[in-house]
Design a protein around this ligand. Sequence first.
Ligand SMILES: [Zn+2]
Length: 305
Amino acid sequence: MSSSLRHVLAWAALVASAMAADSPQRPLPAAPSSAWVKRLFDGWRAPVPPRHLVGNIYYVGAIGVSSYLITTSDGHILIDTGFEDTVPIIQHSVEQLGFRLADVKIILSSHAHIDHVGGHAQMKKLTGAQIAESAADGRTLESGGADDYIQWPKDTILYTPVKVDRIVADGEQVTLGGVTLTAHLTPGHTRGATTWTMEVAEGGVTRHVVFFSSASINPGTHLLNNPLYPEFVRDFEATIEKLKALPCDIFFAPHGGQFAMAEKFARLERGEKENPFVDPAGWKKLVTEAERALRDQLAVERAAK
Ligand SMILES: [Zn+2]
């Protein structure tokens, strides 16, 4: 082969690989900077008034990081505590609703990222509640976020470590005062991300309620051959299938934007006859979009190989 032909072939290969890397439509995301993460988080910290959602479920979180209070005759269950500085917002919200923070007996999590469990240590101190957690996210909680696979700057992801009181397996139930929540391990966003489900009866109708774990791909995560999380693709695909199979009339999520919270709160305020949180189509759309994001990034990574 002549050197000029070799040169042309090498050039063609380079162009082809660049084009492949460009298709289908977007480049691989880079790990974000500290400043970017801080801006993102700061947009989520403001208080919002607490609300009754459905049955015995209340919103007690901040504007961009959710916390859910599930009341029972034997004390309360709290899902997610936001950042450490969300804890006073939760306390104020619980009291505004006429409940006592000291009656929180069990703390659960959607997933062990700082914006959802950063307040666990402080909340446990204030209430003496028991923390129930999946094994994988339990390790992350006890490490204060240090053992997470996420490639974000450490100064943005670490939080006060806290001891887990009870490990929950897939399908295991947590019961308090006659209220039962079921854990569905939905790993991917974190290794131990957990979707919780329960039933509520309202107006003679029983509704399937889903507290979604999150299933987004953390910016900067490489899905294929990721040495920090080699099982990522297998786990994420199984999670999507599991979410598709969950019966769901009403869903809530760790971030309001994931379940059109602002719009649904506004409809609640207008006093619509139908509970705006009944939204099985919204749930299907969310799962479909999570699956599409996975497929898209996998296609980009496979093409770039
Ligand atoms: Zn997260």
